[in-house]
Design a protein around this ligand. Structure first.
Ligand code: DGP
Length: 114
């Protein structure tokens, strides 16, 4: 099932795209929770991290490499940042197109609310 993220990848929908290659696209989150909040998504519409297969190893690795590259470009690498991948209902996933949140630019506090 197609989501808004597929439309952003194809250029059909607008987003502030900060990086794109043949495997992944990165764009600023529309409801940023920190000074830097970027989403890194596979160009291919994989719904959740649970749907990754061995064939997706390259794209999954690329998501991490692009996240670390963008963190350096955003100037947040030295202080540190957080990468989040939410999966399905209990993970709080809203958009069913796999995405990695790159969040930083301020202290982010504890990993989870108790
Ligand atoms: P998640 O809860 O992990 O599924 O996060 C989905 C994120 O996607 C959420 O932080 C808001 C963001 N988002 C939803 N729709 C759009 C959109 O149309 N454009 C952009 N740039 N971000 C979106």
């Amino acid at each position: 099932m197609s989501t808004i993220f597929s439309k952003i990848v194809s250029g059909e929908a607008n987003a502030d795209i900060v990086y794109q290659d043949e495997l992944v696209t990165a764009f600023r989150d529309i409801s940023a929770r920190a000074p830097t909040h970027i989403l890194i998504v596979p160009n291919k519409a994989i719904p959740t991290v649970d749907d990754l297969t061995e064939d997706d190893e390259q794209v999954a690795g690329r998501m991490f490499l692009v996240a670390s590259q963008l963190a350096r470009e955003e100037g947040i690498a030295e202080d540190g940042y957080r990468l989040i991948v939410n999966c399905r209902e209990h993970g709080g996933q809203e958009v069913y197109h796999l995405h990695m949140h790159l969040i930083g630019g301020r202290p982010l506090g504890p990993m989870l609310a108790r």
